[in-house]
Design a protein around this ligand. Structure first.
Ligand SMILES: [Zn+2]
Length: 215
C-alpha cells in the first residue's frame, strides 16, 4: 500500500480546513468480506466520502470541497506549508448518530449519496455486532435501522447482481428469509458463491451479519 500526500480541503459552508488521506496504490491482500457487503481491506482503506465539519458542524461531501493544497507525508519536511494546513484534522468516518443526523439534514441530495449514507449507516450499526456473537444492537437504533434498510432496499436495482444480493441480505437481516432465498435463486455465476453463502444462512434462519469465505 502506498499512501499519497494528505489533501487539505475547506468546508464549503464555512471554510474550516480538514485533511483527507489519499492512496496512490493498494491491494485486497488479507481482505475480509462480510455478508452486508462491507470489505475490510487493511491494504486498501476506504476514506470517508462525507465529512462533518469541526467548525460549523454541518455535513459536506469531500469530493465537492475545494482543495487548498497538499501535505507530503514523507517528503522534504522543510518544504513550507501554512501552519493552519498542518493543524487541520483528518476526516473521520461518521458515527451512527452522525449518519442519522446527516440523513435528516438532507445532505443526501441524490440517489448515489442517499445510498452511500444508508449503506454506511447500516455498516456502522453492524460494526457493533460484527464478529461478536455476544454483542447486541442497542434498542435505540433498531427502529431507525429498520426504516433505513427499508429505504435502502427501495433504492437498489434488482437487475444489478450486486444490488440484488444486497437486497437479499437486507431481507435476511430483517428476518424475511423467504424473500432472501427468492432473490438469491437467480444471480450470475461470478456472484454465485456469495449468493450461496447468504442463501445457506437464510435457510438456517440466521439473521446475523457474517464473514463470507469462499470454499
Ligand atoms: Zn464548516
Amino acid at each position: 500500500m502506498i499512501l499519497g500526500p494528505d489533501r487539505v480541503i475547506a468546508c464549503p459552508h464555512c471554510g474550516f480546513l480538514a485533511r483527507q488521506h489519499t492512496l496512490i496504490s493498494g491491494n485486497t491482500f488479507g481482505a475480509i468480506l462480510w455478508s452486508d457487503g462491507k470489505r475490510e481491506a487493511p491494504m486498501l482503506p476506504e476514506f470517508p466520502a462525507v465529512a462533518k465539519c469541526h467548525g460549523c458542524k454541518r455535513f459536506y461531501w469531500v469530493n465537492g470541497a475545494e482543495v487548498k493544497g497538499e501535505i507530503e507525508l514523507f517528503g522534504d519536511k522543510s518544504k513550507h506549508v501554512p501552519k493552519e494546513w498542518e493543524c487541520a484534522e483528518p476526516i473521520e468516518h461518521l458515527t451512527i448518530d452522525e449518519y442519522i443526523e446527516a440523513l435528516d439534514s438532507g445532505v443526501g441530495t441524490d440517489v448515489e449519496k442517499q445510498r452511500y449514507l444508508r449503506v454506511h449507516f447500516w455498516w456502522a450499526v453492524n460494526d457493533i455486532v460484527r464478529g461478536d456473537s455476544n454483542a447486541q444492537i442497542p434498542t435505540r437504533y433498531l427502529q431507525e435501522l429498520k426504516e433505513n434498510l427499508g429505504r435502502l432496499s427501495a433504492l437498489l436495482d434488482e437487475r444489478d447482481p450486486k444490488d440484488k444480493i444486497m437486497k437479499a441480505e437486507i431481507a435476511r437481516e430483517t428476518g424475511d428469509f423467504a424473500q432472501a432465498v427468492h432473490l438469491l435463486g437467480d444471480v450470475p455465476a461470478n456472484f454465485r458463491w456469495v449468493a450461496d453463502k447468504i442463501m445457506e444462512l437464510s435457510k438456517k434462519k440466521n439473521s446475523s451479519v457474517t464473514q463470507l469465505r469462499p470454499d
